[in-house]
Design a protein around this ligand. Sequence first.
Ligand code: SIN
Ligand code: MN
Length: 277
Amino acid sequence: MLLTQTQLDAFDREGYLFFPGLFSLEEIKVLLDEVPALYAQRRPENVREKTGDVVRTNFAAHLYSAPFARLARHPRMVEPVRQMFGEDLYMHQFKINGKQAFDGDVWQWHQDYGTWKNDDQMPEPRAMNVAIFLDGVNEFNGPLMFIPGSHKLGVLDAQHDTSTTSYPLWTINNEVIGKLVERGGIVAPKGPAGSMILFHSCLVHASSSNLSPWNRVSVYLSLCAVSNHIRRFKRPDYIAHRDFTPIECLPDDCLLKSYDVPLPWKDRFFEPLRETT
Ligand code: SIN
Ligand code: MN
């Protein structure tokens, strides 16, 4: 799937592109059916909400779950990003955000590239954020919000917020957000399961809590140009990956057919079963 000049211009202006219903419900079911088993695992890649046992985000499932390993190589997602950067890509980060009914907590206003630059020493904002909806997203279940055009401002001042939620984040203060919104407004792309968003790594974004009875499970992943790989390995490898091997795409039907994929972390962090005698 390649982007038209009109789409490239819109991305440049707004900082994001929205593709409602890009994946079919049949394709998405293969992924969503896998999520409860992933969230049930006791492993550091599952970060839970502050209030209890509900999973907020699961990291790196593409390294231990076959359906997500196939999604990570999907040409409908990888090809447009490779087109934009004009080079091969590797997976910098891969997460499945729960935003579960009633329990899903906020993601404060932030830019992703600020963290990648400061913590991971990623040289340039040549990494693309991709969101894929595994549940329908509506105005009630905590849709992702963007300030259009904010990616043009580069990296903004941010403070390390370690208390609002269970996951530390470099966040932008309310006064700055007020000014940015005056200039660009706020949009929140909503649509059926299977929709995809591509958004610039400097685009300011956030989402509010999910007080609705509907889960809002979404995959968020970041595809980085290989030559722009991170230089510092300060954060855990399941949050900022160190394998810069270029992604090789599978065929377009890879969510519906069982193509072979490597699962290098399948047994990672699991205690081997011991005989009880
Ligand atoms: C993120 O910014 O990484 C996640 C936002 C969300 O899940 O709403
Ligand atoms: Mn983010």
